[in-house]
Design a protein around this ligand. Structure first.
Ligand code: ADP
Length: 411
């Protein structure tokens, strides 16, 4: 059978043998002595064969009171939770106390959550089932939004759960504004096109000079629509790839030179003002096409909004051992500080008329922001009114190939 006998079992055998011997000496009864020996040994062998866990007496476990269990349960939830009996608050978690105040325990829930929209649901003990959450604005901070859900427990108490919906609401607002702005931006050139087509189909179309002028305007409006649609599609493509980190190794120095040559080859006379100041830098991990688009957008802005004839400097330089810094600076009118935080919002322009007159879509910097985010980089826009603007971007270097590229470029 293969079980070893413990020291305790051997001691037990000894005691049984002594007891049997004493019993024989007192009664001189051999059969009683043998019975004691056999029963005793069998009992010891049985105990030795039982698993240790079975022999251990069960440990009494402390059962928490229902009150403490409810507290522990709701304390584990990160969002504000209150338990109410009737309208009295019987339990709160830390998030609820932080939002509504330490005093709310024991209070009437209508005083704890001082909100007109909440009061009716909170006093109405029946009919919590199937109700949509109630949206509360201004609880905590002024702009904060909460969704309040009330659920009944089997014992008649109710659980009030508040979920912070500020972020979701802001995202929804941005989406609605974006659709409205995009429709408006597209409708303006479209309305102009339709108007000119109508005029040209009347007698005005018979005059060659008028026709030529109108066709020129129509071409500009159609190009404006095209730029807008191209930017909208770029934005949605970049957003769709947001979580796919780029993996290409991009030689930024070569890319900067390539973009400079492309911009210099356009009919825009500002192309001649581009100056590249590139130091030997490691290759960066990126998406070459998107980085080219980023450079076109920020250099294009510097050309558009900088003063004619002043230089537009594009520089690349190492930033620490793991990053590369790309900067584009112009000597333009600059941007007032209150506009700076909003420049990367879609369709945000400091001067809409100026932006439209230079062919702006209002999406250039939003695209730049998304490209930088996808590259796990950092974007910074610094500007001084009357002096000019500097856009700088940090991009992660491909550390393993740093030596090769700097050596090649240095050679
Ligand atoms: P846009 O197509 O209008 O140029 P962007 O998103 O590229 O849109 O830029 C947003 C706004 O930021 C511009 O309309 C302009 O008012 C301002 N801006 C961007 N770059 C510069 C710059 N280098 N100098 C001055 N203002 C700028």
């Amino acid at each position: 059978m293969g079980f070893g006998l413990s020291a305790r079992a051997l001691v037990a055998f000894g005691l049984i043998a002594v007891a049997a011997l004493v019993g024989y000496l007192l009664n001189h009864d051999v059969s009683a002595m043998l019975l004691v020996l056999v029963a005793g040994f069998a009992a010891v062998l049985l105990m030795a064969a039982l698993p240790e866990a079975e022999q251990r007496a069960p440990q009494p476990t402390a059962t928490p009171s229902p009150h403490a269990a409810t507290s522990a349960l709701i304390e584990a939830i990160g969002e504000p939770v209150l338990v109410i009996a009737g309208t009295r608050v019987t339990h709160t978690n830390a998030a609820a106390r932080q939002l509504l105040g330490e005093h709310i325990l024991g209070e009437d829930v209508r005083l704890a959550i001082r909100h007109p929209a909440a009061a009716e649901r909170l006093v109405n003990a029946g009919g919590d089932e199937g109700h949509q959450p109630i949206h509360l604005v201004g609880l905590g901070a002024r702009d904060q939004r909460w969704a309040m859900q009330v659920s009944a427990l089997p014992d008649g108490r109710r659980v009030v759960h508040l979920t912070d919906s500020t972020g979701r609401h802001a995202a929804e607002r941005i989406r609605v504004d974006f659709v409205a702005n995009a429709s408006h931006e597209l409708r303006t050139p479209l309305a102009a096109l339709l108007g000119f087509i109508e005029t040209l189909s009347d007698e005005a179309g018979d005059d060659p000079a008028i026709r030529k002028r109108f066709l020129g305007v129509m071409f500009d409006e159609a190009r404006r629509m095209q730029r807008l649609i191209d930017d909208l599609m770029s934005l949605s493509r970049i957003e769709a790839e947001k979580y796919r980190v780029p993996e290409e190794k991009v030689d930024l120095q070569a890319l900067v030179e390539e973009v400079r040559a492309e911009l210099a080859a356009t009919p825009d006379p500002r192309g001649a003002d581009l100056v590249v100041e590139a130091k030997a830098v490691p290759v960066v991990i990126g998406d070459r096409a998107q980085l080219s688009q980023l450079l076109h957008n920020i250099a294009g802005n510097a050309m558009k909004y900088g003063k004619a004839g002043t230089p537009v400097r594009i520089a690349v330089a190492p930033a620490g051992s793991t990053m590369v810094r790309l900067t584009v600076s112009d000597e333009g009118e600059g941007i007032a500080p209150d506009h700076l935080p909003r420049l990367t919002e879609r369709f945000y322009r400091v001067d809409s008329g100026r932006s439209r007159s230079v062919g702006g879509t209002g999406l250039g910097l939003a695209i730049v922001k998304h490209i930088v985010e996808r590259h796990r980089g950092q974007l910074d826009i610094a500007s001084e009114v009357g002096r000019g603007t500097t856009v700088s971007i940090l991009l992660p270097a491909a550390v393993s190939s740093t030596r090769n590229v700097t050596e090649t470029q240095g050679a």
